[in-house]
Design a protein around this ligand. Structure first.
Ligand SMILES: *Cc1c(COP(=O)(O)O)cnc(C)c1O
Length: 358
């Protein structure tokens, strides 16, 4: 392999190179079976082991309590936007915190199933911060938030106290990047392709009490209970995606777990934010106290300079720095697998670019 570019794409995103090599090594013959996992039954002992160890390792890493299920589903985080209200809204009222594009898409789907109250929003400032005061509905079916907005580059540092009302979070772009207290939530979901593995599998962590609230008369595939009862093996799961997620989780464990990962992530993000804070050239777009450590969003003095920056960065070996098409600007997605030395190299490039174009 030649020198690979530094991959700053928002998703699908960088995977640990060790994981890619391991998968390559096993592609034609997994577990001495003589077969590829791609051509192996999802009812085999081999796949059982892959499924259960991914489940077990995730429980270990995140400290998931016994009274929660870990599910590997399909349809992406986008299907969760609809599946959650389909299972739990049922004509009632739910509170949604509207912090950007992804939270907004969740709102849109929920409206099909009941009353949505916007408990807080940062729309007034182009979703560049997390609203601190919320108006919560006492008897809401649940409160929904997006813990890290991939496009705006903001994240919740503190989660709202919702009392007995279940809290639900879309953690697609930050799952396993920092310590979280799972018991504060009744449902956590995340598309895998940002921080956990390849596209095709979506993680759901759901409490027993939440599961018990879903009605029976739902389509089988769209009922969480179906997948909980069958250990995510009701129908054919995306076995290869789940296998890669398993390898990523082992990689995380070897690195020292979530706390160790979080420390590295904080250092990585600080390198970029320190650069912005000491510069009149680069301007971070997220409110300082709500800055994401996964998706770092910024602007240059003009759109022309941004174009030039993105193209020269690419030539220098940094790909994926273009901001989301809905907001423009630049974004560096520095997920778990993005190395510290990659951020150091990027900061070095950015300083040179500033000096040449100031
Ligand atoms: C990428 C992303 C999604 C959409 O995920 P799909 O798997 O494409 O449906 C939803 N929420 C957040 C926060 C994301 O980053």
């Amino acid at each position: 392999m030649g020198k690979r570019p530094y991959n700053l794409y928002a998703g699908p995103a960088i995977l640990p190179q060790e994981v890619l090599r391991e998968a390559q090594k096993n592609l034609l013959d997994i577990g001495d079976s003589g077969l590829s996992l791609l051509e192996t039954s999802h009812r085999s002992a081999l796949y059982d082991e892959i499924n259960s160890s991914a489940n077990h390792d995730l429980r270990d890493l995140l400290g998931i309590p016994e009274n929660y299920h870990v599910l590997f589903l399909q349809g992406g985080a986008s299907l969760q936007f609809a599946m959650i209200p389909m299972n739990f809204l049922q004509g009632g009222t739910a509170d949604y915190i509207h912090t950007g594009e992804w939270a907004g898409k969740a709102v849109k789907e929920a409206k099909l199933f009941g009353t949505v109250k916007i408990a807080g929003t940062s729309e007034d400032k182009n979703y560049s911060y997390v609203p601190k005061t919320l108006s919560l509905t006492p008897d809401a079916r649940y409160v929904h938030l997006c813990s890290n907005e991939t496009i705006g580059g903001i994240r919740f540092n503190r989660f709202p106290e919702t009392g007995d009302v279940p809290l639900i979070a879309d953690m697609s772009s930050e799952i396993c990047s920092r310590r979280i207290e799972v018991s504060k939530f009744d449902l956590i979901y995340a598309g895998a392709q940002k921080n956990l593995g390849p596209a095709g599998v979506t993680l759901v962590i759901i409490s027993d009490r939440m599961l018990a609230r879903a009605p029976a008369n739902l389509p089988t595939m769209l009922k969480y209970g179906t997948h909980a009862e069958k250990d995510s093996n009701y129908n054919t799961p995306p076995v290869f995606s789940i296998y890669i997620v398993g390898l990523v989780l082992k990689w995380l464990k070897n690195l020292g777990g979530i706390a160790a990962m979080e420390e590295i992530n904080n250092r990585k993000a600080a390198l970029l934010y320190d650069l912005f804070d000491g510069s009149k050239f680069y301007r971070g777009t997220a409110a300082r106290e709500d800055r994401s450590i996964m998706n770092v969003t910024f602007r240059l003095p003009s759109e022309d300079l941004e174009k030039k920056f993105i193209s020269e960065a690419k030539a220098a070996g940094f790909v994926g720095l273009k901001g989301h098409r809905s907001v423009g600007g630049c974004r560096a997605s520095i997920y778990n697998a993005f190395p510290l030395e990659g951020v150091e190299a990027l900061v070095g490039f950015m300083k040179k670019f500033e000096a040449a174009n100031r």
